[in-house]
Design a protein around this ligand. Structure first.
Ligand SMILES: *Cc1c(COP(=O)(O)O)cnc(C)c1O
Length: 385
């Protein structure tokens, strides 16, 4: 493997698009590709002393190295000492932080309105003797239950409710009490929000969604400048073995090059869609952090560079929501979000979120905005009684 040093073109002096296309690229090597292909290896030649960088495929892989550098450069441009670790999925990354940092007797604060798997995680933490407290994301309500906690877990914007909390404010309160802070950066992506710069100890995300954007792989990562904490996260990855496949890691890295284009386009179209939906009488509870009068907008505008591609709203009934989804032509009825093809779902069908029966989570893709708006408004018309 030649050329493992990163080029100096991804620092803070460059724009997001420039950094996205160059992130994690090794120094050019004559006759080698720009982004080296996936390395499929369970083990590496290792005569004598078993020293790294590459020994066994559960511990390291050169394809991860490139991707981890890229993600670190996007999460913390120009910062030395930020380490990033790639995982098999967002949940693998989230679990790695929680289960490596918490011990029996510790307390942790989770959002009560976060990703739908968090309640299962909370059950498991409790079974291991960890006290779990929850509070909503909105109004920085997690502040009220912080006292004595070892770790504060923030998800902003929250999925699927799209509430936003003030990361800087929560970090200041947490650090004053010796509490570590992790931010789930899935919805925003590092081009939407940089939690480490806002003071968080960990930025954790699912790369399955907007980060990679094509709906064809699962991935997760943890980024942090806390070397001790990251040693424990790395150890957890080794113990549990929740590692990304080389193909997924390579596809993810390849997809980062278009992150700026996708994030710009999808955010702009999401705003246009939200503006079109707000004029409709059957739409209530419309949320998009980019709407100037959204309850999340003031704080979102302070800490986010882009507001993401998810718009949520509620239709009058479950039946209406189902008819609406059925009438859409350009929007697939599917879960997940962030892909170049728009998707939507009636979130209540999973049973894990506290949402009304007619609640729709819409993920805006890269289609032409006029086509998408026309499809959505047409489906509202068709689905009316
Ligand atoms: C999807 C999601 C996750 C879990 O990611 P996977 O890659 O599906 O494991 C975690 N947090 C948020 C906010 C998500 O949307």
């Amino acid at each position: 493997m030649g050329g493992m040093t990163t080029r100096e073109t991804t620092g803070p002096a460059y724009g997001d698009g420039t950094r996205a296309v160059r992130a994690g690229l090794p120094e050019p090597v004559r006759h080698e590709p720009t982004l080296p292909g996936p390395v499929f290896a369970a083990h590496f030649h290792l005569p004598g002393e078993p020293t790294g960088p590459y020994t066994y495929g559960r511990d390291e892989n050169p394809t991860w190295t490139h991707l981890e550098r890229a993600l670190g450069e996007l999460e913390a441009p120009g910062e030395e000492g930020v380490e990033t670790l790639a995982f098999a999925s967002g949940m693998a990354a989230i679990s790695a932080v929680l289960f490596s940092q918490l011990r029996a007797g510790d307390s942790v604060v989770l959002p009560s309105d976060g990703y739908q798997v968090l309640p299962l995680v909370a059950e498991q933490l409790t079974a291991f003797g960890i006290e779990v407290r929850t509070a909503p994301t909105g109004d920085d309500a997690q502040l009220d239950v912080l006292e004595g906690a070892r770790l504060l877990w923030i998800e902003t914007p929250s999925n699927p409710g799209l509430d936003v909390c003030d990361i800087r404010r929560l970090v200041a309160a947490a650090h004053a009490r010796g509490t570590l802070v992790a931010v789930d950066n899935t919805l925003a992506t590092p081009l939407g929000q940089r939690p480490l710069e806002l003071g968080a100890d960990f930025s954790v995300a699912s790369g399955t969604k907007m980060l990679t954007g094509h709906g064809d792989l699962l991935l997760g990562y943890v980024a942090s400048a806390n070397a001790g904490a990251m040693a424990a996260v790395r150890r957890w990855r080794k113990i549990v073995g929740a590692i990304p496949g080389p193909m997924e890691a390579w596809l993810a890295h390849r997809s980062l090059a278009t992150l700026r284009l996708r994030a710009d386009r999808q955010s702009a179209t999401a705003l246009a869609v939200a503006e079109a939906l707000r004029g409709r009488p059957e739409v209530s509870g419309l949320r998009y952090p980019g709407l100037p009068d959204d309850p999340s907008h003031r704080i979102a505008a302070r800490q986010m560079q882009r507001f993401g591609c998810v718009v949520s709203f509620t239709l009058p009934s479950r039946a209406r929501a189902d008819r609406f989804l059925d009438a859409l032509r350009l929007v697939d009825d599917a879960t997940s979000f962030g892909g170049v093809r728009s998707t939507a779902e009636r979130r209540g069908r999973w049973g894990g979120d506290a949402v009304p029966e007619g609640f729709i989570r819409l993920s805006v893709g890269a289609e032409d905005p006029e086509d998408l708006v026309a499809d959505l408004l047409g489906a509202l018309d068709t689905s009316a009684e």
